[in-house]
Design a protein around this ligand. Structure first.
Ligand code: GEK
Length: 286
């Protein structure tokens, strides 16, 4: 799926500065995430008016403008996950290694890692396919002081080399990668990780049990309603995402991680149908 090529035809929308959703803003140590993912963002009204010809969702300029507000109001637990990525990076970063943020958007996870990493000689590689995302990430990240260098790359994460990694983050990105490419990507991440390195994989999940699946979808919709999204916004966004975001079950993720070679893995966070997994490469693997 070429995420850059498909642009939905939208009615003109206006944007205004909006408040940060209170739902996710409880953690003291996620202030930096809010600087990147809340306060300065415009209010997401992309799907507020009826859209005559609804195309596939893409990460274009219009989405970039509202992205921090959009992700806070749409993904339960987003700020908590960003905070925890910083904490895990602090533990797992190895001296003279690379930390990858794959599908970095505006660089919230990159900034969380940059803030916490203390090991010498670390550098972060942040990759995104969307040109406006990368350009805006560059502007955001330049507003923070840090000793840890960040390389921003505009590319498909399926095409870039992953080498000498101690931490790899896929924070709500794999769900946008074509399903047939996912196993190869996870295998390349495993190969590129040093022994003892960690992959943090956050995703929206699908559930085999229809009753559970429907309940968790409904609770997520309630979360979006509570954050001010109308029924029209919810349904238009859902349609726009249909061909672009394809979710897997937890079991499919676990099997893929095991097939790649990860032996230590589990879910460390879940809220409704969103969650985050860790997979650690065994220390005795060469
Ligand atoms: C965060 N991780 O704020 N290659 C590179 N980038 C891609 C690809 C690909 N094949 N497919 C999608 N993307 C971020 C949030 S958002 C999640 C991640 C969301 C990029 C896409 O351009 C977008 O920026 C990001 O992955 C997904 O922690 O919007 O739900």
């Amino acid at each position: 799926m070429d995420l850059k090529a498909r642009h939905p035809v939208r009615e003109p929308v206006t944007t205004r500065p909006g408040p940060v959703s209170p739902n996710d803003s409880i953690e003291q140590n996620s202030r930096f995430a809010h600087r990147l993912s809340g306060c300065a963002s415009m209010h997401d009204q992309i799907f507020a008016a009826p859209i005559a010809r609804l195309g596939d969702f893409c990460f274009d300029e219009q989405v970039v403008d509202v992205f921090p507000d959009m992700i806070q109001r749409s993904v339960p637990g987003y700020s908590n996950i960003i905070s925890a990525i910083g904490m895990m990076a602090a533990r797992y970063a190895q001296p003279q290694s690379r930390l990858y943020d794959l599908g970095c958007s505006l660089g919230a996870a990159t900034q969380a890692m940059r803030r916490h990493v203390t090991q010498p000689g670390c550098q972060i590689t942040a990759v995104d396919l969307s040109h406006p995302m990368i350009e805006r990430a560059r502007a955001h990240l330049s507003g923070f002081k840090s000793e840890v260098p960040v390389e921003l790359i505009e590319a498909d994460i399926c095409d870039i080399p992953i080498e000498n990694a101690s931490v790899v983050v896929l924070n709500f990105t794999l769900q946008f990668v074509a399903p047939e490419k996912r196993a190869a990507l996870i295998a390349r991440i495993f190969d590129g990780l040093r022994p003892g390195g960690i992959l943090i994989l956050s995703e929206k999940f699908r559930f085999d049990d229809e009753q559970v699946n429907e309940l968790l979808i409904d609770l997520h919709l309630d979360f979006k309603r509570a954050n001010g999204y109308s029924e029209l916004e919810i349904s238009q966004k859902r349609t726009a995402l249909e061909n672009v975001m394809r979710t897997d079950t937890l079991a499919v993720h676990q099997a893929r991680l095991r097939d790649a070679g990860f032996t230590h893995l589990d879910l460390w966070f879940q809220c409704f149908n969103f969650g985050s997994m860790i997979a650690i490469k065994a220390s005795d693997t060469n």
